[in-house]
Write a protein that binds this ligand. Structure first.
Ligand code: ATP
Length: 586
């Protein structure tokens, strides 16, 4: 997998984020206004407190009441602004992340096979979930804290200096000390957060592999081994998380211990003034309040910096997907119907990133309605060849024609409607059988479904299900057997009566009788359809109009079964080996 897209410049990151920020600017401005009000309310509180204390010292009851009411109102304003800020920030963050997620999803739908391979499917899922969550968290934090930090820092700094000007050096000294503690603590924490993220990925991978391959794990008695692997990663994660807890538990009291030292020092140095000027007591209280606000601003800045680094990495990863142009584009031409002829002219193909071609100089021709068999050793390139027909990949050189047209010149819908592909590993989607079948023909009626099920030999078992075609297909179609899944996939493949039907080892889980019945039904019901059958067993393609024999990415021989048995050494070898095996099994 290509990793070169992990690092991104600030400009790239802004390019990704800016359209989303602009789109939801209203709610973002509302969040910022609320944050300004909140900061103002907080900054004004120590001043009013000072006023109350002075009034008490002077015994001015009216002023005490007035300041007290003002203080209450200010606190109320602060609470309202804080709540409003949280609501607007959450709304903005959610709006942005939802739109981003749907944009990635729509964009990925346009990707060619090669693009999905480049990113790896599971990696794309992580980008749509985890990375988006990181960005969502950052936006929320940014709208809640980022605007507040400079206001609180500058405001508290100025007001602290104004409250007791001769203590300016104490303010500067404390800022330096707290900044150093926060910097050291957060640098260490940043690294630890990174480690925890790595362990979370490991734990997820092990759990997913283990659960998805649960049958293999159990049949090979691997439970203990898998548990050990899981426990190893999980223990490491716990250890680092505990370390993070320790650092946190030391950092915050550490900062506040310094704050208290500052208070102590302030009282010591200027405390003697209190007897002569009692107003000093109120000033000290106000000064201490501002110092606390100053420290919190520094710590918050540190937290944002730590969170932002991670979110920027995520934004970079999201941007790479959004800005990736699909490597293969279909022409914007009107949809047409293609006949079932297939022609390969000197086709050479390599998978993205591979140095050597998987298919080399492949040429052959198939007439509409023919049945073509493809045989060859495992890894010979049979599936690769089949994938080029519906243009899942483009060849490096050469030309592929379907219905007489170059596949690069027709609309995507034309190809998808004319060609249907059934794979060995049948992929069904959770929902109902009918929903899965309608992927093959959107407006399929129950009669269409019955006809297709009859061809694919799935009618019998579907009829025995409680809701027949409305029966549920669970996630990963776990409620069906391997053979039933294949039959359902064939049903979906034939329901649209395609002009070309490609079956890539898609009857491997069927018994010999069912396979024969499927083939007979295909020949009877889909007379005009060209059928391309990739088969392990020669018996599956023995009646084909022509058979392509593949070896190391090349079509080495072509002909009917009778011709190849006479002329093709590779075919002869496959055939005699299979016959000998059948003889032994009989
Ligand atoms: N998506 C892919 N990316 C890179 N290489 C691939 C990919 N799919 C297949 N290959 C490689 O291409 C070669 C041909 O694979 P292909 O699946 O076409 O063979 P096959 O003849 O269908 O084999 P089998 O009978 O085992 O299904 C193999 O060496 C395989 O490793």
């Amino acid at each position: 997998m290509d990793q070169s897209f992990l690092a991104d410049s600030g400009e790239e990151i802004m390019k990704t984020l800016w359209p989303y920020l602009r789109r939801f600017w209203g709610v973002e401005v509302a969040a910022m206004v609320a944050t300004f009000v909140y900061a103002f309310a907080n900054l004004w509180q120590p001043k009013l407190l000072q006023g109350v204390m002075n009034a008490i010292i002077k015994g001015n009851n009216d002023a005490v009441v007035r300041y007290g009411v003002e203080l209450l109102l200010l606190a109320l304003l602060g609470i309202i602004a804080g709540v409003a800020n949280t609501i607007f920030s959450a709304r903005a963050a959610l709006n942005i992340s939802t739109k981003m997620r749907s944009d990635i999803y729509h964009h990925v739908q346009k990707f060619a096979f090669a693009d999905i391979e480049k990113f790896a499917a599971s990696n794309l899922v992580v980008r749509m979930t985890n990375d988006i969550n990181q960005v969502q968290g950052m936006i929320m934090q940014a709208l809640q804290i980022v605007a507040r930090v400079p206001i609180m820092f500058i405001g508290a700094l100025v007001l602290a200096m104004m409250t007791i000007p001769e203590m300016w050096w104490m303010v500067v000294l404390m800022i330096v000390i707290v900044a150093i503690i926060a910097w050291i603590g957060l640098t260490v924490l940043g690294k630890k957060f990174g480690q925890v993220q790595g362990y979370i990925d490991q734990v997820n991978t092990i759990a997913r592999e283990n659960l998805m391959g649960v049958r293999v794990v159990k049949s090979f008695n691997q439970e203990a081994n898998q548990e050990k692997k899981f426990a190893g990663a999980s223990d490491k994660m716990t250890k680092v998380s505990v370390q993070i807890g320790y650092i946190f538990s030391m950092m915050m009291p550490g900062v506040f211990a310094f704050a208290n030292i500052a208070i102590g020092a302030a009282v010591l140095i200027i405390g003697h003034n209190i007897t002569d000027h009692p107003a000093y007591l109120a000033a000290i209280a106000s000064f201490v309040g501002y110092m606390m606000q100053l420290f919190m601003a520094i710590i918050n800045a540190g937290f944002i910096a730590t969170g932002a680094t991670r979110a920027f990495v995520s934004l970079g990863r999201i941007g790479t997907v959004l800005q990736h142009q699909p490597s293969m584009a279909f022409k914007d031409v009107p949809e047409t119907e293609l006949s079932g002829s297939i022609e390969f002219n000197h086709v050479t193909f390599s998978y993205p990133g591979d140095a050597l071609p998987t298919l080399r100089d492949v040429s052959f021709k198939v007439e509409p309605g023919e049945m073509v068999g493809i045989v060859g050793a495992t890894g010979a390139g049979k599936s690769t060849l089949a994938q080029l027909i519906p243009r899942l990949f483009d060849p490096d050189s050469g030309q592929i024609k379907v219905g007489g047209s170059d596949v690069r010149d027709v609309a995507e819908a034309t190809l998808r409607d004319s060609i249907s592909m059934v794979l060995q590993r049948a992929t069904l989607f959770s929902g109902t059988i009918a929903q899965n079948l309608r992927q093959g023909k959107p407006n399929a009626t129950v009669a269409d479904m019955r006809w297709a099920a009859d061809v694919a030999q799935s009618e019998e078992f579907i009829r025995r299900l409680d809701n027949e075609f409305d029966a549920t297909v669970e996630e990963r179609s776990a409620n069906f057997s391997g053979g039933q899944k294949q039959r359902l996939a064939i049903t979906r493949g034939v329901i649209g009566k395609p002009n070309i039907l490609i079956m890539d080892d898609s009857t491997s889980a069927l018994d010999a009788r069912s396979e024969r019945l499927v083939q007979e039904a295909l020949a009877r019901e889909l007379t005009g359809t060209t059928t391309v059958i990739i088969a392990e067993k020669i018996s599956s393609i023995i009646h084909a109009d022509q058979i392509l024999v593949m070896d190391h990415g090349q079509v080495v021989d072509r002909g009917t079964h009778e011709q190849l048995v006479q002329s093709s050494p590779i075919y002869q070898e496959i055939y005699t080996t299979q016959k000998a095996k059948e003889g032994r099994n009989a």
